[in-house]
Design a protein around this ligand. Sequence first.
Ligand code: NAD
Length: 438
Amino acid sequence: MKHLFHKTISINTGKKVTSMIIPELDHPTLHLAWAQFDQAADAMNLDHKHRERLKTPQRSLMVSLPILMDDGRVKVFMGYRVQHDSARGPFKGGIRYHQDVNLGEVAALAMWMTWKTAIAGLPYGGAKGGVRVNPNELSLSELERLTRRYAAEIFPLISPDHDIPAPDVGTNPQVMAWFMDTYSQQVGYAVPGCVTGKPLAIGGSLGREDATGRGVVNVTMEALQHRGIRLEDSTVVVQGVGNVGSHTARIMRDAGAKVIGISDVSGGVFNPQGLPIESILRDHTHGMPLSDMNVGDHVTNEELLTLECTVLVPAALAEQITVKNAADVRCQILTEAANGPTTLEADAMLQDRNIFIIPDILANAGGVIVSYFEWVQDGQHFFWKEADIHERLHDIITGAFQRTLAFSQEKNTSMRMAALMNGIDQVAQAHNLRGLYP
Ligand code: NAD
């Protein structure tokens, strides 16, 4: 860790780069990702030759997807795939189905994937994809047609050696299965390694479904230990009860913490004595919104974020903690399971109040770590035991946590800056070594 910045700092020319204007990418989440990058780049005195390059995605594809709806209409949806940087290896990143998805948001998420894979030491670059659609408004067959058409349209960018998608908000193992099948139909044989987060029966990995939540719990436990707080004395509030939020809540509860608040898009429930997580997750899986459950007091998502707790886990969407509510957040540890849940200004306010923040690119890396295991297993046609996957995930993510913590203490900086500087430095080193083509 001591020599982390050797290559990038030693050749710094000190020139300032003016901020870029890329109208096609204009989006608040990308502005957040850029502002974080600028802060870290300034702090590490990153060579100017890397700055613009690392802020601009390497390749962006926008596709239109005409889909036959069940009522006979043809509706066109917009799809995207952004490949941010491949200096360290093939592109890797999830696919999001959400009504607010656009090119700029996908570019931000792709950029964060680059830093995330670098700090976890995975041999990948960052990418992300998405379709602007509310998947809850589609029938299953419409969802399948949309997925297959999206996979076919972005096919030229995808392959196990080039770019490997995975699930994100609004997508799941079934969507990945349709994606894998469409890819395989194009090439004429089964290619499990073209996508991760698949069902087990077609080359998925044990431990992938709950990997992001498990990783969130692993790093939260390290943070509790660092702060001298016993897990059994901890209370936890989770925003979002999707893939990441549900597994985080369940594993936290199983480990001995008390989960006192949880929400979905409809609102949340709160019980200071602890919530019955098993029945909440079961009813939610059967389609019951949290606002309809009688398991505690009902709270809005805004109220949920300001509940007093030991650990707050935003596990839904970006920009949930802002200048408007940061002063009211009452946790000791903020574990960012979602991507970009905290704005830059709110981040500074929370740090001033000594709230320990585990940044998204570290906290939610469990998903891509086990996706990496899945990709390796698919390539080797040899599958590992679940216990091995849990252990290797734990080793990688807690190792990244401890490196980041040590570096943040050494440089007297935040966990977010330490993680970003580490990730950016790994990527900058790869660019230095590979040089600029042509
Ligand atoms: P998901 O679609 O499974 O779940 C999203 C959850 O957020 C749902 O419970 C939904 O009701 C809730 N939600 C949506 N809009 C909301 C709002 N306005 N207010 C409150 N809650 C709202 O998605 P997921 O895969 O669990 O992803 C959640 C977050 O974690 C995202 O930021 C995603 O990028 C990030 N992430 C996911 C993975 C993964 O493996 N799935 C990996 C890394 C990071």
